[in-house]
Design a protein around this ligand. Structure first.
Ligand code: ZN
Length: 63
């Protein structure tokens, strides 16, 4: 699992979890994290809608 400290899951779209966590400056970031084994894709976004869009368009290599 990616090392997102205090990762708080908000919703799940397919294999991708959307959640929030704090960055080093204490700002809330919206992260999209793929939960599929051997994929390991994750990315941070400044808004939840951007993270949701990324989750919907994520094409998982692992099926
Ligand atoms: Zn994936």
């Amino acid at each position: 699992m990616p090392a997102h400290n205090h990762f708080h899951s908000v919703m799940q779209i397919g294999p991708v979890q959307i959640g929030t966590h704090r960055d080093r400056r204490g700002r809330t970031k919206h992260a999209a994290v793929c939960t599929a084994d051997r994929c390991g894709w994750s990315s941070d976004y400044s808004s939840q809608s951007a993270a949701q869009l990324a989750a919907r368009t994520h094409r998982c290599k692992v099926r």
